[in-house]
Design a binder for this molecule. Structure first.
Ligand code: PRP
Ligand code: URA
Ligand code: MG
Length: 214
């Protein structure tokens, strides 16, 4: 597992701003910080991809470099993922994309929830590198449901899962059930509360980015 905050960097500022109740009042800044974290995690994941030697013609000569053999497929878990996904897309600008509407259904205080799945669009994943992006990894149920639904579209060669903030419970859940997936997270928090929100976390990422839903 890769954890961005294990090394101090400018990413700490973006994560701190995401969490800060005062700065959260500006949804444009909240979305932009998710996007910036997406760009950074995409860069980190890009170091694990396969590159082949290529020549680039400049106006004055030829430059030898290593370029990605194949772009990954990016999968966004709607809706909170959208700004985070944009960050990945800024880096992997030629990527194919999957979208999945997996959300935590309404549930009474403290009661378990089920993940509702209402929409999926996905290219052929066979043999590709799949990167599933969702800013919040709480229980892990949304990501597990998303992953299992996506791989009906072909078995990827490898799968990366990227989250901005993760709870230890969700990390363990995914590591136990999907050991074939590699996890990339911005920061790891303390725990979940009785409503399965991450503590200290940042609140409801979807609502902060796009407004409260009914
Ligand atoms: O790990 P879990 O316990 O499954 O929780 C994490 C999920 O919760 C949030 O989405 P939410 O269901 O709030 O939907 P939204 O993106 O529409 O806000 C978040 O974006 C994850 O998808
Ligand atoms: O803390 C949490 C947990 C799930 N989804 C969120 O947006 N925040
Ligand atoms: Mg939400």
């Amino acid at each position: 597992m890769f954890v961005l905050t294990e090394q101090s960097s400018i990413a700490n500022h973006f994560i701190a701003e995401l969490r800060d109740v005062r700065i959260q009042k500006d949804p444009l800044r909240f979305r932009r910080n998710l996007e910036r974290l997406g760009e950074i995690l995409a860069y980190e994941i890009s170091k694990t991809l396969t590159y082949s030697k290529t020549e680039v013609q400049t106006p004055l000569g030829t430059s030898k470099t290593f370029l990605m053999a194949q772009q990954p497929v990016l999968a966004a878990v709607l809706r909170a993922s959208l700004p985070f996904h944009q960050g990945f897309l800024n880096a992997f600008d030629g990527a194919q994309n999957a979208f999945i509407g997996a959300y935590r259904g309404l549930h009474a205080e403290g009661e378990e929830f089920t993940v509702e799945l209402e929409y999926i669009s996905c290219p052929d994943l066979t043999g590709k590198t799949l990167i599933i992006v969702d800013p919040m990894l709480a229980t892990g149920k949304s990501l597990e449901t998303s992953y299992r639904s996506l791989i009906r579209y072909g078995i990827p060669a490898r799968t990366h899962i990227a989250a901005a903030i993760a709870a230890p419970e969700g990390i363990k859940y995914l590591q136990d059930r999907m050991p074939e997936c590699r996890l990339w997270v911005g920061d790891i928090d303390e725990r979940l509360n009785h409503n399965y929100y991450i503590i200290p976390g940042l609140g409801d990422a979807g609502d902060l980015a796009f407004g409260e839903k009914l």
